[in-house]
Ligand binder design. Structure first.
Ligand code: MGD
Ligand code: MGD
Ligand code: SF4
Ligand code: MO
Length: 690
């Protein structure tokens, strides 16, 4: 297995060596790491002080990355199932035997119809090589079903693309110079820590911070103003702000005239949203809306840090579109410290064609399965509309049994005895418990990779710091081996991991610089849209989207109510949101003892009023339920919860929960208005003492 990684440089006994790397996690900060290695063992993982966005600081979770990598429960050898699916009973098996059997099983299914095979992956690592690199080449050549990777960001991503032309926005460092920062749908202290440090710098310089969030988060608490709206009502708020901008003439007419499209229509739409009407829908004081509009209309430079928390509801796409219109209305983009940032990932010139080789499909057009509806899709029989029943699933970089919505259906699907499931994992997760084969994966300390970011604009290189633990192998190595066993002989299947790191950007990024300092900064103008030049078809900020209209959708943003509107069900009167816990990264880390100890146990935050009405005391066990399922956890009566809304902090492993479930037992497989994304925060429940 020499091909997957040039081994880490050996050091003299007792001498420390520092290896530069990149945090692999699905976090906008994409920190640059420095791992200290002594005698072949990683002894600490720290932030690289030379990398400005990281500034030498890591979050608590990744400061414990060595603890996670050397965890006694790391999977270190391939395993074959011996008990019933879900039982978690396995016996060790050799790599050769496992790979030979897997290749034979996949080949047999592919001979009938390769679309019966489905890859299932997300962002366990954000690396371009261990993510959709060699894996994509393999599944393209195989002709497997394609996976629509929508579970996180596709509603907001699509909204941004329709409005601004792509996942583009402000350069994050200039938030430090803003005079007004609106943190919209984000708990920065938890999930975007390095942005929070910039916001703090701005605050010290006199900036006003406003947070828009149904939960009173630690971030909301530290802002000057907290607008605690009902989940799924952000578009109503944005439209009412627009109306105030119009009636008070806080508009930049010159910018609107030269750099936007569809203002007449949007203006008309906004005029329907009086502050009073929006206040009713959002459940907030009228004055807060007026104040937000005044702040936005009269402060320069003003910036919005939008984040994905606000788009996990039915109208998430429309809401992100409405908010993305606000900077153009006031000409905020003119200043480098003004505008908006949701994601910067569209600014990276990744050579996907070389990395993922979609040409290996050779004219075939496999069906696409939406990862959000994996529960239903695993249970679907063959049909002319759906195509063949899913017979094999290869899971890597993801834990769908814990993270996908409506877990009861997901579990039922994974439990199918006739489904052949392979899971590449570092730990025996809820998903791994349903695998026929579990293949041990390396961690970021053990493999090469290269990274973009969705919160800054630097490319990062990750060198292996230590040799793979036990028999663990990188994802790339597994797919390379499977390709060889299945007779795929294109030269790209022989590319090594470091070679793939070089291919990811070709000569568009200075690889020498990556080797030398671990990161390379993209050359991007400081205020990219000061003179318009949006990457939309019109080159303007598209308030009206011709492309949406052509798809039969509303060309203008509007408020689209939740699927499950609070108050619409007497049996399930409470809205539930399930944002991430500070010390986990989605479902990664609940098994790291020191972090689990900080989080404690699965909790449901409930307001004083809602708890009293139900006879629920803080610390007691509650039953949270709706028609999709039931979940037990501890209640915490808390000022963090808005009356009418409960917060079920995620994402615990099901097997660590009180009754072997987690919060996704309650969420639905319904989709957003745009981007075919999940609606984790659009979910009605009732809560009772257990
Ligand atoms: N520590 C930690 N960091 C993480 C993660 C993690 O699990 N733990 N997850 C990572 C991932 S995958 C992602 S996608 C990013 C997510 O990054 P963010 O989108 O910033 O995610 P959250 O911190 O969940 O912030 C979402 C906030 O949105 C609020 N919210 C819920 N519904 C609504 C709504 O309808 N409107 C508004 N305005 N707000 C709403 C929630 O209460 C929550 O405070 O974070 C990443 N970083
Ligand atoms: N209720 C609710 N559900 C949610 C969310 C929510 O806010 N509320 N958030 C959603 C969001 S934003 C997201 S992004 C998804 C996240 O869903 P996932 O991307 O599935 O994220 P994780 O749960 O962190 O699972 C990643 C797994 O990949 C593994 N892994 C890490 N690195 C490697 C590697 O190099 N190789 C292999 N083979 N495996 C590796 C980790 O051990 C981990 O088990 O969850 C979604 N689910
Ligand atoms: S999870 Fe985020 S904040 Fe923590 S080290 Fe990784 S990139 Fe940095
Ligand atoms: Mo995410």
């Amino acid at each position: 297995m020499a091909s997957f990684s040039s081994p880490p440089v050996l050091t003299e006994p007792g001498v420390d060596q520092a290896i530069r790397g990149a945090c692999p996690h699905d976090c906008p900060d994409t920190c640059a790491l420095v791992t200290t290695v002594r005698d072949g063992i990683a002894i600490k993982v720290q932030g690289n002080p030379a990398h400005r966005p990281t500034d030498g600081v890591l979050c608590t979770k990744v400061s414990r990355y060595a603890e996670r990598s050397y965890h006694p429960e790391r999977l270190l050898q391939p395993l074959r199932r011996t008990g019933p699916k879900g039982s978690g009973r396995y016996q060790p098996v050799g790599w050769d035997e496992a790979l030979a059997d897997i290749a034979a099983r996949l080949q047999e299914i592919a001979a009938r119809d390769p679309q019966a095979i489905l890859p299932y992956s997300y962002c366990g690592t954000m690396g371009l090589v261990q993510g959709e690199g060699m894996a994509a080449r393999f599944f393209h050549k195989l002709g497997a079903s394609l996976l629509d990777r929508t579970i996180c960001a596709s509603a907001g991503g699509e909204a941004l693309t329709q409005t601004l032309g792509g996942k583009v926005g402000m350069k994050v460092e200039f938030f430090a110079e803003s005079k007004l920062i609106v943190i919209w749908g984000s708990n920065s202290i938890t999930s975007n820590l390095h942005f929070w440090r910039l916001a703090q710098a701005a605050k010290r310089d006199g900036a006003r911070l406003v947070c828009i969030d149904p939960r009173r988060t630690e971030t909301a608490e530290k802002c000057h103003e907290h607008i605690q709206l009902r989940p799924g009502t952000d578009a109503a708020l944005a439209l009412a702000v627009m109306r105030e901008l119009v009636v008070n003439d806080w508009l930049d007419h010159d910018y609107i005239g030269r750099h936007t499209l569809g203002w007449e229509g949007l203006r008309e739409r906004a005029m329907l949203w009086t502050a009073e009407r929006a206040a009713q829908v959002c459940g907030i004081p009228v004055q807060q809306i007026r104040d937000l509009a005044r702040d936005w209309g009269t402060t320069k430079p003003a910036a919005i840090r939008l984040n994905y928390g606000m788009q996990r509801v039915r109208g998430g796409g429309n809401a992100a579109r409405a908010i993305a219109c606000l900077p153009a209305l006031t000409g905020a983009w003119r200043h480098r410290a003004g505008g908006l940032l949701l994601s910067s990932s569209g600014m990276f010139p990744v050579d996907k064609a070389t990395l993922q080789r979609p040409d290996l499909l050779a004219g075939r057009t496999p069906r696409t399965i939406n990862m959000v509806t994996i529960g239903d899709d695993l249970l679907r029989p063959s049909s002319p509309q759906f195509g063949p029943r899913i017979e094999a699933l290869v899971v890597y970089n993801s834990n769908p049994v814990a993270v996908a919505p409506e877990s009861a259906r997901v579990v039922q699907g994974f439990a199918r005895e006739d489904l052949f499931t392979v899971v590449l994992e570092q730990f025996q997760t809820d998903t791994a418990d349903y695998a026929d084969y579990i293949l041990p994966a390396t961690t970021q300390l053990e493999h090469w990779d290269i990274h973009t970011s969705y919160g800054h604009t630097d490319v990062l290189l990750n060198r292996p710091a230590v040799a793979p633990l036990g028999q663990a192998r990188p994802n790339s190595a597994v797919f390379r081996e499977l390709a060889a066993r299945m007779g795929f002989d294109e030269p790209c299947f022989a590319d090594g991991d470091e070679a793939m790191c070089r291919q990811a950007f070709g000569d568009r990024v200075d690889y020498q610089q990556l080797l030398e300092q671990g990161f390379a900064t993209l050359q991007i103008p400081q205020a990219p849209f000061a003179e318009g030049s949006f990457p939309t078809p019109s080159g303007k900020c598209e308030f009206f989207s011709e492309r949406l209209a052509r798809q039969g959708m509303d060309g203008l943003p509007d408020h689209v109510p939740n699927h499950e509107v609070a108050g619409s069900s007497a049996r399930h009167p409470l809205a539930m949101i399930s944002p991430p816990a500070r010390n986990f990264l989605n479902s990664t880390f609940p098994n790291v003892r020191s972090l689990r100890d900080i989080e404690g146990e699965p909790l449901l935050e409930i307001s004083q009023d809602d708890a009293a009405a139900r006879g629920i005391a803080s610390g007691s066990i509650v039953r949270v339920f709706n028609d999709r399922g039931e979940y037990r956890c501890k209640a915490m009566v808390s000022g963090r919860a808005r009356p009418g809304v409960v917060n079920g902090l995620g994402i615990w492993w099901r097997k660590l929960g009180l009754d072997g479930t987690n919060v996704n037992q309650l969420t639905s497989q319904k989709l957003t208005d745009m981007g075919r994304a999940p609606v984790f925060y659009d979910c009605l429940v009732e809560v009772q003492p257990a």
